[in-house]
Design a binder for this molecule. Structure first.
Ligand SMILES: [Mg+2]
Length: 334
């Protein structure tokens, strides 16, 4: 197995709970299974996966990739496991002569996966403009960041978007910013604006709070909460209507597929989302979304957040959908 470090600058610094991120650093993982090459990507994200150093150490420790995956030795380093498992899946799909999404279980050709546009935390006028641009580009859904302004300002922003874009699917992501009372007020106001769901209204640890909010007119999606508690506890608590699957944080495309299928089996909805990864992991996330029997518009339109990329973009966004690569494996290995 060979690993090659890379570093990608973000076009705009990203504010996260774990601090400001202005670049994405990670490793390309190359291996061979019975003579067939496979390519994977391990791009750790602070707060969601192991650190860059721990990721590198875990990768350098892998002598036999398949044995490392089977033994569970990479389970504590999800980004490293993502890189190795993706490289192995890529090689196996290539050897089977099918695109990765077919290898992952899709039984027919899938051309496109609908994606959402994400609109930042601007004032009402600018937010409505950005949403209107997304509609003009063909996006079926728009996600607004909420929770850093007052609730009344956020309601004004959503109202402005709804007026300007009467037919778009509207979502909001609070990233855990609200307390229970604010979340309840938000959900009742958002119901009048036909908001489809709110992602992570409450802090990640408040599973019972999310359980109390879910199942209403405005759905609940769990992102940080899934990461903190795992799918078993989330399903057990009935804590969500929509599950946000981030393959890099879940330890691989295979693991994310398991989580997504368990959620779908329970009648929940699924959104597949990147963690602002390079072209290899983004393409894999598109394959995963294409392999699932149903997904809501996914958070896969993240190439534009990067200044440059590690590979040609084989899954570009066109008219609000990711084009599903039809070549063998994930993407061409070199
Ligand atoms: Mg989120």
């Amino acid at each position: 197995m060979r690993i090659d470090p890379f570093s990608l600058s973000l076009s705009t610094p990203l504010e996260t709970a774990a601090g400001t991120i202005d670049e994405r650093r990670g490793f390309l993982v190359r291996l061979d299974i019975d003579g067939t090459p496979g390519l994977g990507e391990a791009t750790p994200l602070p707060g969601w996966t192991e650190s860059l150093d721990d990721c590198e150490a875990a990768l350098r420790d892998v002598a036999d990739p398949e044995a490392a995956l089977d033994s569970g030795r990479l389970d504590g380093t999800p980004a490293a496991r993502h890189g190795v498992s993706l490289a192995a899946l890529d090689a196996r799909a290539r050897a089977a002569d099918v695109p990765l999404y077919r290898y992952l279980g899709a039984d027919s050709r899938i051309e496109r996966v609908p994606v959402n546009a994400t609109v930042g935390d601007d004032d009402a006028k600018a937010t409505a403009e950005a949403a209107a641009d997304a509609v003009a580009e063909g996006y079926p859904a728009v996600k607004l960041k909420v929770g850093s302004r007052s609730l009344s300002e956020d309601i004004d922003r959503l109202e402005a978007v709804r007026q300007r874009c009467p037919d778009i699917e509207l979502r909001a992501d609070a990233n855990g910013a609200w307390d229970r009372e604010t979340a309840e007020r938000a959900l009742s106001a958002f119901a009048d604006l036909d908001v489809a769901f709110v992602e992570q209204p409450l802090p990640a640890d408040d599973l019972s709070g999310h359980a109390a909010l879910s199942g209403g007119t405005v759905g609940i999606a769990l992102d940080e909460g899934l990461h903190e508690h795992g799918i078993d506890a989330v399903l057990e608590a009935g804590a969500t209507d929509v599950v946000v699957c981030k393959p890099m944080a879940l330890g691989g495309i295979d693991r994310a597929a398991d989580v997504a299928r368990r959620a779908l089996d329970e009648g929940l909805d699924v959104v597949v989302t990147t963690t602002i990864d390079g072209a290899v992991a983004r393409a894999a996330a598109v394959h995963l979304a294409a392999a699932l029997p149903r997904v809501r518009a996914c958070g896969l339109a993240t190439r534009s957040l990067l200044v440059e990329d590690i590979r040609e973009n084989v899954a570009p966004i066109r008219s609000g959908a990711a084009v599903v690569p039809q070549g063998k494996g994930n993407i061409p290995p070199s």
